[in-house]
Ligand binder design. Structure first.
Ligand code: APR
Ligand code: PHB
Length: 395
């Protein structure tokens, strides 16, 4: 078997890359360890930057996103029993974000791939990658119970944090940068109307809370929890009580509760692996970096890597091979800015178990400064809606 690009992983990174390459006439095969249903069963964040929306449009997969996505022009910050609006639209000269679940993005990409008749294999065990430091890389795996070898020009490692791609790089060729946070997020999805039209990020003495949504009839809420907590410890009632206790009175009174349709606990981590290219192996998305969800940057960073990757591969096949040499630096420059922003939002809004009274006063002063300073709010807004992609004209 032979193709131009083998894409490992059918998350948003792999599927979006496959679609963009296909539109450039570049053949690709996607290999996914899990079943399609498993991939679609993962509930993840749901805020898209304008540049990510534009990229999905370029890939031809934005019809449902445009019809069903909720454009948001602002977010709110809650503390001291009050809410403060950050007018993203005004502060960024007219930009916005789109609320649309990652699961829906994945579903749209899967449908587009299927409609185009592109080769995708789910439930594929034993993926291993070879010879990416040569001009003739090979991917081996088991398809329908039989060992298969796929020769290719490039391997795109889009297989998430626990994937095989980064793990196949010799350790001495990789540098890791990591911060693990001493708390998690307990998330609950419910078919109840969202408590507010915009997202509310709350800093409360009992811990962080977030009011988000998937649609006008489906809410997504989070509360900061202990890393020792187990999902069984959190009945729906306990979750709703805890959330309500962290909201200001007016918001708490408006909260509509209901049975959960999904609950999960996620740890928070910042992680970057450098570089993102090893010969003919190119990492993208969670395979190369993780952000805590506070800035809603995970999916957006995956889109940003894919934006640089499809362009570099397209340039290569048009004879401009040097573009691939810039792939890693280009990605990492944007990745680190999103890492900084996500770390900052996380530090600003959570209760750290080891924080001193001094730390808490400083955190409070920063929130108070932020909501009263046009300059500070502009910096938040500019990062939240997403920094621009570097274009070839910028180089
Ligand atoms: N072989 C094939 N596929 C694999 C392997 C393997 N050995 N290991 C992992 N995978 C698959 C996973 O099952 C998963 O479907 O790779 C896919 C990676 O998808 P994601 O984890 O969604 O990562 P990515 O596509 O980069 O998307 C990043 O996902 O985690 C969120 O916040 C993150 O929103 C961001 C987005
Ligand atoms: C979500 O809706 O799941 C969500 C929104 C914003 C975030 C994180 C998660 O910052």
């Amino acid at each position: 078997m032979r193709t131009q690009v083998v894409i490992i992983g059918a998350g948003p990174s792999g599927l979006l890359l496959g679609q963009l390459l296909h539109r450039e006439g570049i053949d690709n095969i996607v290999l996914e360890l899990r079943s399609k249903d498993y991939v679609l069963g993962r509930i993840r964040a749901g805020v898209l930057e304008q540049v990510a929306v534009d990229l999905l449009g370029h890939a031809g997969v934005d019809a449902r996103l445009k019809a069903e996505g909720l454009p948001h022009h602002g977010i709110e910050l809650g503390f001291d029993g009050r809410r403060h609006r950050v007018d993203l639209h005004r502060l960024t000269g007219g930009k916005q974000v789109m609320v649309y679940g990652q699961t829906e993005v994945t579903r749209d990409l899967m449908d587009a791939r299927e409609a185009a008749g592109l080769p995708t294999a789910y439930s594929v065990p034993d993926v291993s990658i070879h010879g990416f430091d040569t001009n003739h890389p090979v991917v081996r795996c088991t398809l329908d119970g039989k060992p298969v070898e796929i020769a290719c020009d490039f391997i795109a490692g889009c297989d998430g944090f626990h994937g095989v791609s980064r793990a196949s790089v010799p350790p001495e060729a990789l540098s890791h940068f990591e911060r693990v946070y001493p708390f998690g997020w307990m998330g609950l999805l419910a078919d109840t109307p969202p408590v507010s039209e915009e997202l509310i990020y709350v800093n409360h003495p009992r811990g962080f809370a977030l009011c988000s949504m998937r649609s006008k009839t489906r809410s997504r809420y989070y509360v900061q929890c202990s890393l020792d907590d187990r999902i069984e410890d959190w009945s729906d009632d306990r979750f709703w009580d805890e959330l309500r206790s962290r909201l200001d009175e007016r918001t708490a009174a408006r909260l509509v509760t209901g049975p959960s349709i999904e609950k999960s606990i996620a740890p928070l981590r910042s992680f970057v692996a450098e570089p993102m290219r090893f010969g003919r192996l190119l990492l993208a998305g969670d395979a190369a970096h993780i952000v805590p969800p506070t800035g809603a940057k995970g999916l957006n960073l995956a889109a940003s890597d894919v934006n640089y990757l499809w362009q570099a591969l397209a340039s290569h096949y048009r004879g401009a091979s040097a573009e691939l040499g810039h792939y890693s630096d280009r990605c990492l420059s944007r990745v680190w800015k999103a890492e900084r922003f996500s770390w900052w939002m996380t530090s600003l809004l959570h209760r750290f178990p080891d924080s001193t009274a001094f730390d808490q006063r400083v955190q409070h002063a920063e929130l108070d400064y932020l909501v009263h300073s046009e300059a500070a709010m502009t910096a938040l807004a500019e990062n939240y809606v997403g920094l621009p992609f570097e274009t070839q004209a910028d180089r």
